[in-house]
Design a protein around this ligand. Structure first.
Ligand SMILES: [Zn+2]
Length: 117
């Protein structure tokens, strides 16, 4: 590990697992690349001039993005926003907004544990 001093904090493996489980696929509109094949990218990128905070690497500031759309975002200026409901709203360079709803479970229950009372 060769992190420069003042490097932004990195998300924990638990946080990454939460983001991938929430998003299920790349969050770019229409993309179906499985989240486990994606990068985890910041919604609000770290400011290289300011020390990072833990909020930067909280699940609420992270989305799954495949390598291709990671590059598209960086080069073309698409901007994501993540709502509290897990919807990712992408603003295109043209100003149009495309909402990507929170991924739904595939039909199987996420958890089989039930309250005992
Ligand atoms: Zn993608």
């Amino acid at each position: 590990m060769h992190e420069p001093p003042g490097a932004p904090p990195r998300p924990s493996s638990t946080t990454i697992a939460r983001v991938l489980a929430r998003d299920r696929t790349c969050t770019f509109p229409g993309c179906t690349v499985a989240a486990f094949r994606c990068d985890v990218d910041h919604v609000v990128p770290p400011d290289p001039r300011a020390p990072g905070t833990d909020e930067l690497v909280a699940a609420g500031n992270l989305i799954a993005l495949c390598r291709h759309h990671h590059v598209v975002r960086a080069r073309t200026g698409w901007r994501p926003a993540l709502t509290a409901a897990g919807e990712v709203r992408w603003t295109a360079p043209s100003g149009h907004v495309y909402a990507r709803a929170r991924a739904q479970a595939s039909g199987a229950p996420v958890s089989r544990s039930y309250a005992s009372r």
